[in-house]
Design a protein around this ligand. Structure first.
Ligand SMILES: Cc1cc2nc3c(=O)[nH]c(=O)nc-3n(C[C@H](O)[C@H](O)[C@H](O)COP(=O)(O)OP(=O)(O)OC[C@H]3O[C@@H](n4cnc5c(N)ncnc54)[C@H](O)[C@@H]3O)c2cc1C
Length: 425
């Protein structure tokens, strides 16, 4: 392994714990271990910490979050305390999805009917969780079916996939609270800052873990790392596509990762000229008759911009097009909503392409129908020395940044419990 002056190694060259991946889960694990007597080394494939938490610096300290933006379940979210201790500013106002703009492509009455249909559908999902698992789309009925395109659009934002691909049991297992806050400087900036000072080697993708002997031998792009234990904190796609292989293989974990694919979700940001008088902090869906539509937050934080959000089949299709496709799609939908003169007031700033990132390959995990048990299977340790973390391992906060962090901390605590003096490790 090439020397990295910023990262010191134990004298025998064998680290106690190697953490693979410096996303929220890997950062949570590494921070917990860094406070212990065990040596730790984080191996990160890309050139930055944060993974799916990634903020671009905007004007005057305003962050643009290409990945996670909302501190979901904020009243229980460990990033809130971290934000406060790191000097980040929190925005505790009600989320924009509770402030839907009506009168553009939906009347107040239609908006209320849709809200009611969503409640009915979610109540059916919850009740069906006591029955054998099945695709959530099987629960559409005469009340909800007329709203199916919009319900599927929302599924594409929440799950990264349409309800036909979503396990009823898994959907019901997600347990958020009602508090959703934001980090003014950016959620990704917060995650990156909490990683500062950790022993991270960047541009070190791990391709193979040889577990035939002891220590474990990790093949990375820049050489071999030997470790007594490893916490694997990479997205499920990396495991199911065999980009990180085990020797001998771990078929149960590969199957679990395959049962928890990452859906597709992307964002685009458009600058809005001052003269365009659009409402502030309001959300509007591009169209109400198709699932292939964007959701737009007008002037988030009061900033002169529009944040577009795209999920499911639409996000996947736009990712396959040349750069600029999300912005072009958004401008077409917004011009149809607010008049074609708006085109001249909009300028693309940034867009994500999470499915094309070779070390991410999607947005967040959902369980395929019948596969809700895969989360428990994925986080099962192997031989008391290979541990798993990441949003997909979370029992009730999967798909989130705080769920990811908590799984990292939990994996580190499992390591420490087994290897404390007298702990049997
Ligand atoms: C568009 C979008 C919007 C979102 N919005 C929200 C939101 O509002 N709120 C919320 O809570 N969550 C949101 N999320 C989800 C949240 O960002 C993720 O669930 C969370 O960040 C995942 O963290 P993780 O540590 O599990 O994985 P990741 O962040 O994916 O980290 C894994 C790391 O492993 C690295 N890696 C991969 N392969 C290897 C390898 N072979 N060797 C070494 N390193 C490797 C990757 O480069 C990456 O840095 C959003 C995600 C997206 C894409």
């Amino acid at each position: 392994m090439s020397a990295d002056p910023a990262v010191s190694r134990p004298a025998d060259g064998i680290v106690d714990v190697a953490v693979i991946g410096a996303g929220a889960a890997g950062v949570g694990a590494a921070r917990r271990l860094a406070a212990s007597s065990l040596s730790v080394l984080v191996l990160e494939a890309s050139n930055r910490a944060g993974g799916r938490a990634h903020t671009l610096a905007g004007r005057s300290g305003a962050g643009i979050d290409l990945g996670c933006g909302w501190l979901h379940s904020a009243d229980q979210n460990p990033w809130v305390a971290l934000a406060e201790s790191e000097g980040f500013e929190l925005d505790r106002s009600r989320p924009s999805w509770e402030r839907r703009l009506t009168g553009v492509n939906m009347s107040d009455v239609q908006a209320r009917e849709f809200g009611r249909a969503f409640e009915v559908f979610e109540a059916k999902l919850e009740a069906a969780a006591a029955e054998p698992d099945r695709p959530a789309a099987e629960l559409f009925d005469e009340i909800t079916a007329p709203w199916r395109p919009m319900l599927d659009a929302f599924s594409s934002y929440y799950n990264g996939a349409l309800f036909r691909d979503i396990s009823v049991h898994d959907y019901a297992a997600y347990q958020p609270t009602d508090e959703n806050w934001r980090v003014v400087q950016g959620y990704g900036a917060l995650v990156a800052q909490t990683a500062a000072g950790l022993p991270i080697v960047f541009k070190a993708p791990v391709t193979r873990i040889d577990r035939t002997g002891s220590p474990l031998r990790l093949a990375t792009a820049t050489g071999e790392v030997q470790a007594r234990m490893v916490i694997v904190a990479v997205p499920t796609t990396i495991l199911s596509e065999d980009r990180l292989a085990f020797d001998p293989p771990l078929p149960d974990h590969a199957a679990a990762a395959d049962a928890l694919p990452l859906g597709h979700v992307d964002k685009c940001f458009l600058a809005l000229a001052e003269r365009a008088a659009l409402p502030v902090e309001m959300m509007v869906t591009g169209r109400t008759t198709t699932a292939d539509t964007g959701s737009y937050t007008l002037q988030p934080f009061g900033r002169p911009m529009i944040e577009g959000f795209f999920g499911g089949d639409l996000a996947e299709a736009l990712e396959a097009e040349p750069p600029g496709a999300f912005s072009a799609f958004a401008i077409d939908e917004l011009a149809a909503l607010f008049g074609s003169s708006l085109r001249r007031a909009l300028r693309p700033i940034a867009e994500s392409r999470w499915g094309a990132d070779p070390y991410i390959r999607g947005a967040y995990s959902h369980a395929r129908p019948g596969q809700a048990g895969a989360r428990a299977a994925l986080r099962r340790p192997v031989e008391d020395r290979i541990f798993f973390a990441g949003e997909a391992c979370s029992a009730h906060a999967f798909s989130t940044c705080h769920g990811a962090y908590q799984t990292g901390v939990e994996a580190a605590e499992t390591v420490l419990a087994g290897h404390a003096p007298g702990g049997g490790g």
